[in-house]
Design a protein around this ligand. Structure first.
Ligand code: AFP
Length: 337
């Protein structure tokens, strides 16, 4: 079978009217930057990239060297091509303007440069997540408020997993597609088109160490899964938790499953653990385009009107039926109060 490169796929998407030339170039640039991050990640200890950077990000979290390196690679790659109006990164408090010496484009790029970075030092899969929005008409110097658009307005979203293989998953709102990096050739090659997540699953992902802090409906839902064949669901469930959202989502994209980072008493004041603009919205777009569902446990993630660039939300995503059951338990519990 003839292989289809990412470039060829992008040309076909342009011909189909799904994307314009500027967005196509933007995806190419992001993909090239991610290849560089893959190289840096693969070098591990030999590249001197492991360990702490000795700095903290806007979230107050200690940065790893690879967090900083990946952020710089993405910023540098995207500064000069003329496809962007501005970038925003999970690692930076404010949006990054395009330097005056370069032309500006019509897109806004948001990214989590290295998701799951606590896993780098133990050689477990990490990844990059990105989301692309249109810069509002007439805005020449985008500020944070111009990025605060609901997930439904995303033009594209994707992630790259740096695992045993480097894999990119991408959507423009016309299905979810997977590309695998051919290291010898240096190109991403289409490996799965129009991915579909099974509606039903017997596998869930959650950090069980937070169980005692969860809200009652979450306790009830997971309790029922754990009861297996002997419980009300009359079925045994398996559990996985990589603690790299990209890796957990990629498993769901590949064989189904459901992922939860619910609200709990420890993180309630922050609104959740995962970031709406850098993690929840792009993953929700990818999952919905693959036939899955993504909610906060109460409402559709992509319907939320963002209130801050670094806003956090609870995340329930994956196989539709399980997301619906867990969401229903929360909505019903709220209604009963
Ligand atoms: P880091 O990028 O700081 O390692 O966080 C990863 C993450 O945002 C997401 O990728 C994981 O699903 C989640 O956090 C893991 O959280 P716990 O460590 O609380 O299980």
């Amino acid at each position: 079978m003839k292989s289809i490169s990412l470039i060829q796929f992008l040309i076909e998407e342009r011909r189909a009217g799904h994307i314009n030339a500027e967005l196509s170039l933007l995806i190419e640039v992001v993909a090239r930057a991610c290849k560089r991050i893959a190289v840096a990640t693969n070098k591990g200890a030999l590249g001197g990239v492991l360990g702490e950077a000795g700095t903290g990000n806007i979230q107050g979290e200690a940065q790893k060297k690879l967090d900083v390196i990946s952020n710089e690679i993405l910023l540098e790659a995207n500064a000069w091509g003329g496809q962007l109006a501005a970038c925003a990164s999970e690692e930076m408090e404010d949006p990054q303007p395009i330097p005056d010496m370069y032309p500006k484009g019509h897109h806004l790029l948001l990214f989590d440069p290295l998701d799951g970075s606590s896993n780098i030092d133990v050689n477990i899969s990490v990844g990059t997540i990105f989301s692309i929005l249109r810069c509002p008409d007439g805005v020449t110097e985008p500020k944070a408020e111009h990025f605060l658009q609901p997930g439904t307005t995303q033009l594209a979203a994707g992630y790259v997993v740096y695992g045993p293989a480097t894999v990119m998953v991408l959507t423009f709102g016309h299905g979810t597609h997977e590309f695998t990096l051919d290291r010898e050739v240096g190109s991403f090659i289409l490996s799965r088109r129009d991915i579909l997540i099974p509606e039903e699953t017997a596998e869930f992902a959650i950090n069980m160490s937070n169980q005692r802090h969860w809200e009652a409906p979450m306790q009830r839902y997971i309790g029922e899964l754990l009861a297996g064949k002997d419980g009300p669901r009359a079925k045994d469930f398996n559990m996985r938790w990589v603690a790299s959202m990209v890796a957990d989502v990629h498993r769901i994209i590949t064989r189904g499953g459901v992922f939860f980072y619910p609200l709990d008493a420890k993180i309630k004041s922050k609104g959740g653990k995962l970031r709406l603009m850098y993690e929840a919205n792009p993953m929700a777009f990818i999952i919905e385009q693959a036939g899955g569902a993504a909610t906060t446990g109460r409402e559709r993630i992509m319907g939320l009107q963002p209130t801050g660039l670094h806003q956090r939300v609870p995340v329930f995503l994956g196989s539709k039926k399980e997301v619906e059951v867990a969401t229903h338990y929360h909505v019903a519990a709220d209604a009963a109060v």
